[in-house]
Design a protein around this ligand. Sequence first.
Ligand code: ZN
Length: 89
Amino acid sequence: MRYQSDAPKRRFLAGVSCPKCQEMDTVVQVNIVIPTPDEYIECNQCGHREHRPDPDTISAKNHAEDQLIRDALMTETATGTSGTVKFKP
Ligand SMILES: [Zn+2]
């Protein structure tokens, strides 16, 4: 029996276009085992990397929360620099 390697596995995805540069047949699926098991797609054309949609949607949920935090920060910044807040003695 052959022991499974920890080296990243790259598998060419035929007929898949890159979500960023729209190039066809440039996307490979990459599976890594170390440091943590992960799977993503990578474009050989522009170097774009993206996690594939996961049924568990854990990463999507985290991304949504990040977006909410980012929106909140942007709103706060916009209010702070709008000049409409006045402190008068
Ligand atoms: Zn690309």
